[in-house]
Write a protein that binds this ligand. Structure first.
Ligand SMILES: Nc1ncnc2c1ncn2[C@@H]1O[C@H](COP(=O)(O)OP(=O)(O)OP(=O)(O)O)[C@@H](O)[C@H]1O
Ligand SMILES: [Mg+2]
Length: 472
């Protein structure tokens, strides 16, 4: 089963466990050390008293037990232990605790058996109430013979009491230590898991669709790396999403623009046709309505053609039929094609300059130039339009300069959008559909060139077309 426990809780529990285990282990170890140290010291004291007694008795012998008993009893207040002198059979012949202990047989005890066999003997025995008593026995020798044993004993109360006191103090210290550990573990686990929590909230928000979310790269190297990787991924996703959204917006605007553009001529045609159907129309009016129907139908057809052309150029995946082109020559052919229109507008076009040839689709580049000249001669009546060709670095430039009103700053950015017209040309009845420059832009982009609109200092607009020059 998978437990859903936060990394913070895990860290907290781990830190606490480590602290508790090490504190408990250390306490146990030190208490055990202290106990064995206390017992050893006690044993040493008992040992020295038993040793001195053994040495004295070995000098004077066991005889005269009465005076031995009196000596021991007199020494008792100064002794650390209860001191007994046993004869060779392990029976008490003197006891510092008083005459009541005389005659008791200790021969069954291991330490006494050891001492009577000539070895040092020590033993700790449990008494009632967990009170231990320590026993130390030494052989008493006389003339190479073991004649008895000195036997010292004392309750280990001093050690036990000391330990109890220590245990209590240790409990307090441990309590304080655990409290501090609790606080510290909480702080540390919070601190260590914070970068991960950032990551968690960030990625959750991102997953919920907030693509602008970024995670601050903080914490350990690994969490920073994850945060940075996440941010990189988020940048990429955000970019793609915004591109998709733009594309979506562009498409829906295009569709609404197209239907809007279709509605105007269709309304005009329908109005004229209905009026004619009603009958009772003067012959000259009928002619006017019929010519409206024809010109508006033309406009619809042109619109359909332009849209189709745009669609083809933008969606073109195949190669363009590229030729070597002289831009001045292309301009001359464009002017020739526009001759009737230019004559109607009373416009003059002057072509000048020369520059290296370019590679291009002849029909399409001519369409670009024709569109620019069409626009330039439309914005001013009976004007002269200049077409200049020149070289600029490794590019060939064709500029179209007119004598019109120029282009409002605000419109410069959107001029090449589909269906975009400035206010001035929207007010005019004889406007185009606003597709000309969009087509120009698409063709130029397909030729790896640039097109730019600026205003001339002396008035009028300048359209600058740049294409990569052909090196011979
Ligand atoms: N030389 C110019 N001087 C001032 N404004 C211009 C000039 N050329 C284009 N414009 C503005 O840019 C708009 C877009 O031009 P574009 O060629 O795309 O469309 P159009 O000429 O109105 O219609 P279409 O070319 O589809 O018949 C024009 O409507 C006009 O407002
Ligand atoms: Mg145009």
């Amino acid at each position: 089963m998978h437990l859903s426990v936060s990394i913070r809780a895990r860290l907290f529990a781990s830190l606490l466990a480590v602290a508790i285990i090490s504190a408990a282990g250390l306490s146990w170890y030190f208490l055990a050390q202290m106990e064995s140290l206390g017992l050893r010291q006690l044993e040493e004291r008992l040992g020295s008293e038993a040793l001195v007694a053994s040495a004295i008795v070995s000098e004077r012998g066991l005889g005269g037990a009465g005076s031995l008993q009196a000596t021991l009893a007199a020494a008792d207040p100064g002794l650390a232990s209860r001191l007994r002198i046993l004869d060779g059979a392990g029976v008490a012949v003197a006891d510092s605790a008083g005459e009541a202990g005389l005659g008791i047989d200790y021969s069954e005890r291991t330490e006494i058996q050891n001492a009577l066999a000539g070895r040092y003997g020590a033993f700790t025995r449990t008494g009632e109430d967990e009170i231990y008593t320590m026993y130390v026995a030494y052989p008493i020798r006389s003339g190479g013979q073991i004649i008895g044993a000195s036997y010292a004993s004392t309750p280990t109360l001093s050690v036990t009491r000391l330990l109890r006191e220590y245990r209590q103090q240790l409990a307090w210290a441990l309590g304080a230590f655990l409290l501090a550990t609790l606080v510290l573990a909480e702080l540390v686990s919070r601190w260590l898991s914070r970068p991960l929590r950032y990551l968690e909230t960030g990625t959750a928000a991102f997953a919920a669709g907030d693509f602008g979310v970024r995670v601050e790269p903080v914490g350990a190297r690994e969490t920073r790396a994850v945060a940075e990787a996440f941010n990189t991924m988020a940048d990429e996703v955000e970019r793609v999403v915004s591109e998709l959204k733009n594309e979506e917006r562009r498409k829906s605007r295009f569709v609404s623009d197209v239907s809007h553009e279709l509605r105007t001529p269709l309304t005009a045609i329908r109005g004229a046709a209905e009026t004619l159907l009603d009958g009772d129309v003067a012959p000259e009016d009928a002619e006017r309505f019929l010519s409206t129907i024809v010109s508006e139908s033309d406009r619809l057809a042109r619109l359909a053609n332009d849209l189709l052309a745009l669609q083809r150029i933008e969606g073109a995946t195949g190669e363009l039929p590229l030729r070597r082109l002289d831009l001045a020559e292309v301009a001359r052919r464009a002017v020739a094609g526009l001759e009737p229109l230019l004559a109607k507008r009373g416009a003059t076009v002057e072509i000048s300059g020369e520059a290296p040839a370019v590679l291009g689709d002849p029909d399409r580049i001519q369409q670009v130039v024709a569109n620019l000249i069409d626009n330039a001669t439309r914005v001013a009546e009976r004007s002269t339009v200049l077409v200049e060709v020149c070289a600029e670095g490794d590019r060939t430039v064709l500029s179209v300069l007119d004598e019109g009103p120029g282009i409002p700053e605000a419109d410069l950015g959107r001029l090449f959008d589909r269906f975009y017209r400035t206010q001035a040309s929207r007010d005019r009845t004889s406007g185009g559909s606003g597709l000309g420059l969009a087509i120009v832009k698409a063709i130029v982009t397909a030729h790896a060139g640039q097109i730019e609109a600026t205003n001339r200092p002396e008035g009028g607009a300048r359209f600058t077309l740049r294409l990569p020059a052909l090196k011979d």
